[in-house]
Design a protein around this ligand. Structure first.
Ligand code: SF4
Length: 363
């Protein structure tokens, strides 16, 4: 396994994190240090486009200027702790943070998507998660802290750097905020990371190619509709009734289905985009009754349902349903006029379900 040197950056600054700064912010910091504004743009390109991990790599910036800036800006690369490669091409990474915490990040289905020029990365937004969904290994470990904008962009940058070693032209094209954590409980950092990743001077990832996946934080959905409705929205629905969803997604007790669907309609109307509703299917939930409840809830909405047969997680004891049950569930939705797809299970051989690798490593 390939390994990065832990924290091989050449500065010990405790200042603002470089990877979480927008280009204009870096320009301001340069001006405040009596440097030309364009130096900020140069630094931004090195960090966000070239994905450098040290100041020394920024070869078109004078050493004296690098020293000055490194006193104000902390460049803290993530430390690669584990990499797992699935037979289906999915790669899962465990990265260490400066304070010793660790997070997961997944490059989805690398080989197949490479052929289609599409590279999707699933990033984390928190260390652990306070939501506690029934089928999720991340929730089992509890919540540690929010990630900073730089730690979020950092996952895309580290992956880009790693993959460019084997494919010079590697470029992340899509980002899903679907890893560890609830993105809307870390709203500012997530939206800032999105803006940075969208910058044409950096990774240049289209707004419409980034998707936030939420467990149903209604104020976050409403805020996204107001602030940046170009960003895609996915909702972990998992059940069509409050009774069932209360159990599977505890966030439902705070924001029940009627409120959640109201906010989703608001987002759809503002953005003109359909909302993706994720429905995890377990042996217990993959039945006609549940399918009808979901169909009733979403009928007439600008929606798409993504059925996800669960990856088995030993700690939750949940099991994958049979193929017949999955087909039957999809059939009920199709009959109700709701577009539906079944997400192929990826990376089961490498514990690709959110939070599994971190738990294993922790143990
Ligand atoms: S599924 Fe997402 S929101 Fe739910 S506990 Fe896991 S990480 Fe948190």
């Amino acid at each position: 396994m390939e390994r990065h040197e832990p924290h091989s950056c050449n500065n010990a600054a405790e200042g603002r994190e470089l990877r979480g700064c927008k280009e204009e912010e870096l320009g301001e910091i340069c001006l405040a240090n009596d440097l030309a504004r364009f130096r900020g743009s140069q630094v931004f390109r090195w960090v966000q486009e070239r994905a450098v991990r040290t100041w020394a790599e920024m070869t078109n910036i004078r050493e004296a200027d690098r020293k000055l800036l490194s006193a104000a800006l902390a460049l803290q690369p993530l430390e690669l702790r584990r990499e797992q490669r699935s037979q289906d091409g999915t790669r899962k990474y465990l990265f260490g943070l400066a304070d010793g915490e660790s997070i997961e990040c997944v490059l989805m289905d690398y080989e197949r998507r490479r052929a289609r020029n599409r590279q999707t990365v699933c990033v984390s937004t928190q260390v652990g998660c306070p939501v506690g969904c029934a089928f999720c290994a991340t929730g089992l470990g509890g919540f540690r802290r929010n990630l900073t904008a730089g730690e979020i962009t950092g996952q895309v940058l580290e992956l880009t750097r790693l993959l460019r070693r084997e494919d010079e032209g590697f470029q992340v094209t899509n980002v899903v905020f679907m890893g560890m954590g609830e993105p809307f409980l870390n709203y500012e950092a997530v939206l800032k990371a999105i803006e940075i990743l969208n910058s044409p001077q950096g990774q240049n990832i289209g707004m419409r190619r980034m998707t936030i996946s939420t467990s149903g934080v209604v104020p976050g959905i409403r805020r996204l509709a107001r602030d940046n409705a170009q960003v895609g929205l996915a909702v972990s629905l998992h059940a069509g009734t409050d009774v069932m969803r209360d159990v599977l997604v505890p966030m439902n007790r705070r924001y029940p289905l009627a409120e959640l669907l109201g906010a989703c309609r608001e987002y759809s109307e503002t953005s003109g985009r359909r909302v993706t509703f994720e429905v995890a299917l377990t042996e217990k939930t993959a039945n006609k009754q549940e399918a009808s409840a979901v169909a009733k809830l979403l009928r007439g909405m600008l929606a798409h349902v993504n059925l996800i047969p669960v990856n088995p997680v030993a700690e939750t004891g949940m099991k994958r349903p049979t193929e017949e049950r999955i087909t039957e569930f999809a059939g009920v939705l199709t009959k109700a006029g709701i577009p539906v797809s079944v997400r192929e299970e990826r990376g089961t051989d490498i514990e690709a379900a959110c939070g599994q690798l971190r738990r294993r490593y922790g143990e």
